[in-house]
Ligand binder design. Sequence first.
Ligand SMILES: [Zn+2]
Length: 129
Amino acid sequence: MAFKHHKYFPKARDVQAFLFPHVCLPCQKSFKKPASPAPRRCPQCGEELIQLSRKFKAPRTRDLGQWEKVRFLVEQGFRFYSVYERTEIGEIRVNYPASLAEAKVFVCGPVREAGPTARGTRKGSVGAV
Ligand SMILES: [Zn+2]
């Protein structure tokens, strides 16, 4: 039998699966931590960390343009959960914008973010779901 049952994998792997990126926008850093109901603080500057979806891939600290985009999307209420766009044939999943310029167009579009908070829902773009 070539495949090992998942129970043979180390326990740490399970814990790893429940870590979420927590970002500090001022420091432009992401920390992987378990989800917590209480706010977490940045170990570097003490700012409150923002928990994002596990789909989020943190840019390099020095990549100012990408962090500018992340900051903008977070300010707009997006948390990097899957995003759907309403089209004539129904809702289709769309990718997150690659640049700040694209992000500015993106947030004005008929997009809806899935996820626990779903704060990405834009007014008037998608009917009550
Ligand atoms: Zn910080």
